[in-house]
Design a protein around this ligand. Structure first.
Ligand SMILES: N[C@@H](CCC(=O)N[C@@H](CS)C(=O)NCC(=O)O)C(=O)O
Length: 240
C-alpha cells in the first residue's frame, strides 16, 4: 500500500529511516513530481520531506553535496543511502520493485525511450526560455519537441508510449505536459487551437489525466498559473 507523509524541513536532520524511503522534494518541482509518479505506480512506501530551496538546511548539504533536488533516501542494511537525478532514481525504483514494470522488456525499445527522455529536455529548456526573455525561441523549441512525440505516438500506434498503459517514458515527460495546460489560463482558445496540430499527443494527454497515478499528484492549471505568476519571487529555477 502506498503511503506518504509530508514533513517540512526543520533545523535538525530528520531521523534515520525505518522501513520506508524518503523523498526530499521542493513543492511544485517537476523533477520531484517524476519520482512521486513512479513511487505511486510502484505502490512503494515513502514519505516526502519538503524543502524550501531558498533556505536549504546545513544537514541537507551532508546528504547531498551537490545540493540537487530531488533526492531519494533509501534504508539499507548498511545504513541509509542516497540517490539523486530523477531519471536515475526512477530507473532504480523500476528495478527495485518488479511489480508493474515500467520499462519495456525489449532492450531496443527501452533504449529508444531513454533517447526520447533525453530529447524531451529540449521542451524543458523551451519552457525556461519562455519564462526568461525569449518567448518566440522557447515556444518554437516546445512545438518542435511536441512534433517528435506526436510522430512517435503515430509510429507506435498505441494510446501510450508504454503501450496500452503508461510506462516510464509517459511518466517521465508528464510533469511538464501537465504544466503546459496552464496556458489554458492565459488563453483557452489559443491553447485548444493547437489540438489539431498534435492530435495523437492531445488524446494521449487526455488519457494521462485519467490515470490513477497521475491523478494522485496532479495540480490544476489554475494552481500552476498562480504559482508561476509569482515564480520569480520564489526562485523560479526550482519550479520548471
Ligand atoms: N537532472 C536533474 C535536475 C534536477 C534539478 O535541476 N534540480 C534543480 C531544481 S529544479 C536543483 O536542484 N538546482 C540546484 C542546483 O543545481 O544547485 C534531475 O533530473 O533530478
Amino acid at each position: 500500500m502506498s503511503y506518504y507523509q509530508h514533513k517540512t524541513a526543520g533545523f535538525n536532520a530528520p531521523p534515520p529511516l525505518n522501513n520506508q524511503m524518503r523523498l526530499y522534494h521542493v513543492d511544485m518541482n517537476p523533477y520531484g513530481h517524476r519520482v512521486m509518479l513512479i513511487l505511486e505506480a510502484k505502490k512503494a512506501k515513502y514519505e516526502v520531506y519538503q524543502l524550501d530551496p531558498l533556505h536549504l538546511p546545513e544537514w541537507f548539504r551532508e546528504k547531498n553535496p551537490r545540493l540537487k533536488i530531488p533526492v531519494l533516501e533509501i534504508p539499507t542494511d548498511q545504513g541509509d543511502k542516497y540517490l539523486f537525478e530523477s531519471v536515475v532514481i526512477c530507473d532504480y525504483l523500476d528495478e527495485r520493485f518488479p511489480r508493474n514494470p515500467l520499462h519495456s522488456k525489449d532492450p531496443y525499445v527501452k533504449a529508444q525511450d531513454r533517447l526520447l527522455i533525453e530529447r524531451f529536455n529540449e521542451l524543458i529548456k523551451g519552457s525556461l526560455e519562455c519564462f526568461d526573455t525569449n518567448f518566440a525561441f522557447g515556444s518554437e523549441q516546445i512545438i518542435q519537441t511536441l512534433d517528435v512525440f506526436e510522430k512517435e505516438l503515430a509510429t507506435r500506434g498505441t494510446n501510450y508510449f508504454g503501450g496500452n498503459r503508461p510506462g516510464m517514458l509517459d511518466y517521465m515527460i508528464w510533469p511538464w505536459v501537465e504544466r503546459l495546460y496552464l496556458l489554458r489560463c492565459v488563453n483557452e482558445q489559443k491553447f485548444d487551437e493547437k489540438r489539431p496540430i498534435f492530435p495523437n499527443f492531445a488524446d494521449w494527454g487526455d488519457q494521462m489525466q485519467l490515470d490513477e497515478v497521475v491523478k494522485k499528484h496532479s495540480r490544476s492549471p489554475a494552481e500552476y498559473f498562480d504559482y508561476y505568476r509569482n515564480a520569480r519571487a520564489h526562485s523560479m529555477g526550482y519550479y520548471l
